[in-house]
Ligand binder design. Structure first.
Ligand code: URA
Ligand code: CA
Length: 433
């Protein structure tokens, strides 16, 4: 086989075979196919697309390019959740103990975050003593015993995707549905779960700016999952404003605990129940989403979900007294209010600008080497539809320095106000099953 023929075939809109796709991925990963040919190939895919069959083969070829996690030592159906990236997205912290409380195994391999706030690992480290340096055997044992554990990511998962994603970034070929769908799904499939629930974000500040494109991406990913034997469902949720009120590591732990206690922000609670219901269904613990939802509401009300969260933290060295008394969580030295400059109704809060504001404070990493400050971040007081008076605080900045001018500027820029009444935002735009 020759790469030039693969490029030509795709350029002319024909369907590649499984063997041809495997040739392209393998050759590019091992370096026998150079960047310039792969660049041309990706541009051909960008314009011609790929069939569902090709997209699934492309995904599996990337999965097979590296290690695959074997979770067979864990009893039960392993359901994973993936979000395409939100700001202040605290759902994992809530969902993991929530579904584990229903005896669904949560075997989380998690990485460090880059960008707005830390990843799930960083957030959990706001609990003193908590660590993820456990052996694989300890990890499996903990999941079998407590139904929940988190381990740091190890192994060489989907090297093909790493290399291809890097190339797409500099060849203007990121925005292709089959390439995005296969990239995300290859990582999820290599991570070893039996079933996958996807949360595709749409809106200003999300990767997908409009609903038709978000829907196409969700459908493409669900199709890949189902074709390769991993049952997959997706929802499309709103990112025209950050989820919940808290953005920042310790602040989000606090918000997650409040949500597990049934006193969290309405939108975070609702999104967790929606995603959780699908996870419960895919795990085979409920017939319908309604039934699953009732089960989840029950473990919030009877305190089991919070108990599981504490047991999980404790089993990995965490001091859970900070959960009983959250004033003991890392706290920033200064709390600075951001007063509204104009009156009106909030119409949009550009999520990635709010995320950048949190990153400037130190809540996230600008580069892989940056140290993050677990205590800092933002707490929003006004969300879409809320009425605001001049001088009223819209956000509290939690900072370890007093100079927060550039942070304030980002916040003012993120908030869009309307003089006429604005209705509340729609949270769930669609569900694809
Ligand atoms: N996120 C990914 O992991 N891959 C893409 O291609 C786009 C977003
Ligand atoms: Ca939040």
């Amino acid at each position: 086989m020759r790469m030039v023929d693969m490029i030509e075939k795709k350029r002319d809109g024909h369907e590649l075979t499984k063997e041809e796709i495997a040739f392209v991925i393998k050759g590019y990963t091992d370096g026998t196919i150079p960047d310039y040919q792969m660049s041309a190939f990706q541009m051909a895919v960008y314009f011609q697309g790929m069939t569902a069959e090709e997209t699934a083969e492309f995904t599996m070829a990337m999965v097979e390019s590296g290690d695959q996690v074997d979770l067979s030592a864990i009893e039960g159906v392993k359901v994973d959740k993936h979000s395409t990236g939100g700001v202040g997205d605290t759902t994992t912290l809530v969902l993991a103990p929530l579904v584990a409380a229903l005896d669904i195994p949560v075997a989380k391999m998690s990485g460090r975050g880059l960008g707005h706030t830390g990843g799930t690992l960083d957030k959990l480290e706001a609990v003193p003593g908590f660590h993820v340096e456990i052996t694989e055997k300890e990890f499996f044992d903990l999941v079998n015993k407590n139904k929940i554990a988190v381990i740091g990511q190890s192994g060489n998962l989907t090297p093909a995707d790493k290399k291809i994603y890097g190339l797409r970034d500099v060849t203007a070929t990121v925005n292709s549905i089959p390439l995005i769908a296969s990239s995300i799904m290859s990582k999820k499939i290599a991570a070893g779960s039996d079933a996958i629930v996807l949360d595709v974000k749409v809106g200003a500040g999300a990767f997908m700016k409009d609903l038709p494109m978000a829907r196409d991406l969700a459908k493409a990913m669900v199709e890949i999952g189902n074709k390769v034997g991993r049952q997959t469902m997706a929802i499309i949720s709103d990112m025209n404003q950050p989820l919940g009120y808290a953005i920042g590591n310790a602040l989000e732990v606090k918000e997650a605990v409040e949500t597990l206690q049934g006193k969290g922000p309405e939108d975070l609670h609702e999104l967790c129940l929606t995603l959780g219901s699908y996870m419960v269904r895919l795990a085979g613990k409920a017939e319908t989403t309604e039934e699953a939802r009732k089960m989840l509401e029950e473990v919030i009300e009877n305190g089991k979900a919070l108990e599981v969260f504490k047991l999980f933290l404790q089993s990995q060295g965490g001091d859970t007294s900070v959960i009983d008394d959250m004033t003991k969580l890392p706290t920033a030295r200064f709390q600075i209010e951001v007063p509204a400059k104009e009156a009106g109704y909030v119409s949009q809060i550009t999520a990635d600008e709010i995320g950048t504001a949190a990153m400037i404070l130190g809540a996230g990493r600008a580069t892989k080497e940056s140290e993050i400050d677990l205590a800092v971040g933002l707490v929003l007081h006004k969300k879409i539809g809320d009425q605001v008076e001049v001088g009223e605080s819209i956000v509290t900045i939690h900072s370890n320095t007093e100079d927060v001018e550039s942070v304030k500027e980002k916040i003012y820029h993120a908030y869009e106000m309307s003089t006429s009444k604005v209705g509340p935002a729609t949270l769930i735009h669609d569900e694809i099953t």
